[in-house]
Ligand binder design. Structure first.
Ligand code: PEP
Length: 252
C-alpha cells in the first residue's frame, strides 16, 4: 500500500503565505512513490490552488467540512464547495476541533459520510488523552471513536477513508508516541475495521500516525508494518522541512 503524508497547517498561513509555501515546496525534490497532501485553511484554498497550477503533488486538502450540501448554515463549508478548489482529501474529527469546538463522534461520522459521497477522502482522526492512557483506557476510547465514525462510511472506492491515530498527548508536544505503542493502537483500529467492514478490509485501509512527527523520526513510523504514513503539524509549516519529512518517509 502506498504511504501517505498529510501536512496540517492548522490556523496558520492566509492566502499570501500559503501561495509562497506552495511555490517553495514545488521547488523541492519529492519522492514519487508516496501520496502527499497539504491541509490548508479554507481562506487559503484558492491561493494554494493557484500556486499549484496543474500540479497534482501535493494534493490539496481541507481541515474540516460541514455535512449538508447547502442551506442556512452560517459559516460552514460543504463538500461540493471544497471540490470547486480541487480538494481531494479532508481531515475530520481532529482533536483540536473535538476539544475546542465540541465536535462529537456523531458529527465526525456525518462529515466523513458526506465527504465520501462527494468523492473526497475523509481522514478520520481519533486518539486518547494522556489521562485516558494512564488509566489504561486508550484502546477502549479509540475503539469507540472509530466505530462511531465509520458506521456509515464505505471501505471501497477512490475516496476510501484514512484513519489517523493521533494521541492527544503527542500532538504539538514534541513527545511522540513510540512506534511500538502506535502500532499497538493501529492494530486496535484494524480490529474495528474488520468488525465493521469485514476481515478482508483489515489491512486494506490506510491507518496513519500523527503526533510530533518530524524529519528525524518519520522513518521509524513509515517503516513499521501497519503504519501507512503520518499526519504532520508543526514540521509541515516550513516547506523545506516538510520536504525533508517526505524524503525521509520513504528511505531508498
Ligand atoms: C496535527 O496537527 O495533527 C499534529 C500531529 O501536529 P504535530 O505534528 O505538531 O504534533
Amino acid at each position: 500500500m502506498r504511504k501517505v503524508l498529510i501536512a496540517n497547517w492548522k490556523m496558520y498561513y492566509g492566502p499570501v503565505k500559503a501561495g509562497a509555501w506552495v511555490r517553495a515546496f514545488r521547488r523541492e525534490r519529492l519522492p514519487k512513490d508516496i501520496d502527499i497532501s497539504i491541509a490548508v485553511p479554507f481562506v487559503s484554498l484558492a491561493a494554494a490552488r493557484a500556486s499549484l497550477g496543474r500540479a497534482t503533488i501535493p494534493a490539496l486538502a481541507a481541515q474540516d467540512v460541514f455535512w449538508e450540501k447547502e442551506g442556512a448554515f452560517t459559516g460552514e463549508v460543504s463538500p461540493s464547495m471544497l471540490l470547486e478548489f480541487g480538494v481531494s482529501v479532508c481531515i475530520v474529527g481532529h482533536s483540536e476541533r473535538r476539544l475546542l469546538v465540541g465536535e462529537t463522534d456523531e458529527m465526525v461520522a456525518k462529515k466523513a459520510e458526506a465527504l465520501q459521497k462527494a468523492g473526497i477522502t475523509p481522514v478520520i482522526c481519533v486518539g486518547e488523552t494522556e489521562a485516558q492512557r494512564k488509566k489504561g483506557q486508550a484502546a477502549k476510547v479509540v475503539r469507540a471513536q472509530v466505530e462511531a465514525a465509520i458506521k456509515d462510511v464505505k471501505p471501497d472506492g477512490k475516496a476510501a477513508a484514512i484513519i489517523a491515530y493521533e494521541p492527544i498527548w503527542a500532538i504539538g508536544t514534541g513527545k511522540p508516541c513510540r512506534p511500538v505503542d502506535a502500532k499497538e493502537m493501529h492494530d486496535v483500529i484494524r480490529d474495528v475495521i474488520a468488525k465493521v467492514w469485514g476481515a478482508r478490509y483489515r489491512d486494506d485501509i490506510r491507518v496513519i500516525y500523527g503526533g510530533s512527527v518530524n524529519e528525524r523520526n518519520v522513518t521509524e513510523y513509515t517503516t513499521t508494518t501497519g503504519i501507512d504514513g503520518a499526519l504532520v503539524g508543526s514540521a509541515s509549516l516550513d516547506p523545506r522541512t516538510f520536504a525533508l519529512v517526505c524524503r525521509a518517509a520513504v528511505p531508498a
